[in-house]
Design a binder for this molecule. Structure first.
Ligand SMILES: [Zn+2]
Length: 223
């Protein structure tokens, strides 16, 4: 689905939202990949848009949860694109560390990891606060996970990963409290993002906010 001239939201992806971002300099990036098994769906939609596979330069992960990184290994193998993730999240992508989650979410993630094979993968690019990649600025957004990021282009877009999610009517829902590792950090991240200006919000889950998104976020006070 075309969001605007720079952004597409892939359709029928299992797991988290997966996006295509085309920068003003024509750098092409995939942002998040959904669960394992989505690579073909993503690539066929990119071809339909009229972009050839070798044009895909980066696969940027907002964090390393399976519903966001599930198809990254397949996509990297096919496209040769460079995989980028925040420095604090890289050990989880590599499989050097496992996230410890409490309660019901811990249980669900435990079961997912047992039954769904994830391929550990070495990132090609390690990101930190303020870096630029594919025409987007890295905004460190810890809370949901320790190395979560948002990706920002001033005045136009913010890809928020799971730092800010929405419902199916594009209403901002803050973050999912039961799936968040550190609630205090997650609330601080939202306060930080409230200082940014963007027209369109592209969340990890839920429907994008297409107009005046940063104004709507500023009015959000349920945290
Ligand atoms: Zn998620």
């Amino acid at each position: 689905m075309r969001i605007n001239e720079n952004v597409y939201l892939f359709e029928k992806i299992r797991g988290a939202n997966s996006y295509l971002y085309i920068s003003d300099d024509n750098d092409v990036s995939i942002i998040d990949t959904g669960m394992p098994g989505n690579a073909e769906k993503i690539l066929s939609q990119i071809l339909k848009i009229g972009i050839s596979i070798e044009k895909i330069k980066y696969i940027i992960l907002t964090h390393s949860d399976i519903d966001h990184m599930g198809s990254v290994a397949d996509l990297k193998n096919i496209t040769g694109a460079k995989v980028a993730i925040h420095e604090n999240e890289a050990p989880y992508l590599l499989g050097e560390k496992n996230k410890k989650r409490k309660g019901i979410i811990g249980l669900i993630f435990g079961i997912l990891f047992k039954f769904i094979k994830t391929q550990n993968i070495a990132p090609d690019i390690i990101l930190k606060e303020g870096d630029f990649i594919g025409g987007l600025r890295v905004v460190s957004s810890p809370g949901h996970t320790v190395g979560s990021i948002s990706l920002y282009n001033a005045g136009t877009v913010l890809f928020s990963g799971d730092a800010i999610i929405t419902d199916r009517h594009s209403n901002i829902k803050g973050f999912n409290t039961i799936a968040t590792a550190d609630l205090f950090e997650a609330a601080k991240t939202i306060s930080k993002i409230k200082h940014l200006e963007f027209e369109v919000l592209l969340p990890g889950h839920g429907k994008p906010v297409l107009e005046k998104a940063s104004d709507k976020l500023k009015k959000y006070n349920k945290i």
